[in-house]
Design a binder for this molecule. Structure first.
Ligand SMILES: [Zn+2]
Length: 284
């Protein structure tokens, strides 16, 4: 049984807009070659990786066509990749939001990502008392109706243009109440300074799942000492492509050597992600 890396930013040169290479994020990303990535996956017994191709006009100059371009590029290896799309609900009209969600769905995305810190939007901004953003309500409703998960970034981001006041996971509590059948994946568990909030809402809300990417595996039990307790609803990811992540294979090896049971490791790095994200080959 192979593993799944359910959170990567493996973005290929061929799929990125030209403007990406002159962005002002303060981060110098070097795109990998697809053959090298597949080789590395093979070396670590990884069945497939999830590429998060989210739109971020402010930071990366990417838009809603980014996941579709990514899908077209990785299609020859459709069983090795799963692609997550998304919209920037506060930067497009309701009509555009509907069109892009449908286009991405038809292309074969395995979920949608919302990046509150990069898009400058609170996860509960659809609520009347939070501004009534209809595009965001549509995103959650669409995902729920089509049984696709929504990944929501939590915790701070260092890139220029980030607004870390949107990093708090507590706003996700509203989403879990208002969309009870939606699978909500809380990326990064609020690291570094919101982990206790994140842990608590994963425990008390049935439809919020923990996702541990970008926490260095060697520090995982320091951040989340009771990881084993929530291992039945926790998902492994590396956040490779992001700063400080050594590599897809190396990050996984480090995770597999932490001090939790073998059963918990298998749930987190294989079983749970496979029930959450289907590979592209099953979606096209
Ligand atoms: Zn990420």
């Amino acid at each position: 049984m192979g593993y799944v890396d359910s959170h990567t930013h493996v973005w290929f040169k061929e799929t990125l807009p030209k403007e990406f290479f002159s962005n002002n994020s303060g981060y110098n990303y070097v795109p990998p070659k697809i053959d090298e990535i597949i080789k590395e996956m093979d070396s670590a017994n990884i069945d497939y990786i999830v590429i998060i191709a989210y739109p971020s006009r402010e930071i990366w100059r990417t838009k809603e066509d980014f996941p579709i371009n990514t899908i077209n590029f990785v299609k020859p290896h459709a069983n090795r990749f799963s692609v997550i799309g998304g919209i920037e609900p506060n930067r497009i009209t309701l009509h555009e939001a509907k069109e892009w969600l449908e286009k991405q769905y038809e292309s074969g995305v395995s979920g949608f990502k919302l990046h509150p810190v990069h898009s400058h939007v609170k996860p509960n901004a659809y609520r009347e008392e939070e501004g009534g953003l209809k595009q965001l309500e549509l995103l959650y409703q669409f995902a729920q109706d089509h049984d696709l998960p929504v990944v929501i970034h939590t915790g701070t981001s260092m890139f220029i243009g980030s607004r870390n006041k949107y990093a708090d996971p507590i706003y996700i509590d509203d989403v879990s109440v208002d969309f009870p059948k939606l699978k909500i994946i809380m990326a990064h568990m609020g690291r570094p300074n919101y982990v206790s909030t994140a842990f608590q809402i994963v425990r008390i809300r049935r439809n919020i799942y923990a996702e541990i990417s970008s926490i260095p595996p060697k520090k995982l039990l320091e951040y989340i000492p009771r990881l084993e307790e929530i291992s039945y609803k926790t998902i492994y990811g590396s956040d490779y492509g992001g700063p400080g992540v050594k590599g897809i294979a190396e990050n996984l090896r480090e995770f597999l050597s932490i001090n939790i049971t073998e059963q918990a490791k298998e749930n987190i790095a294989s079983k749970n992600p496979k029930t959450m994200y289907r590979p592209l080959s099953e979606l096209i």
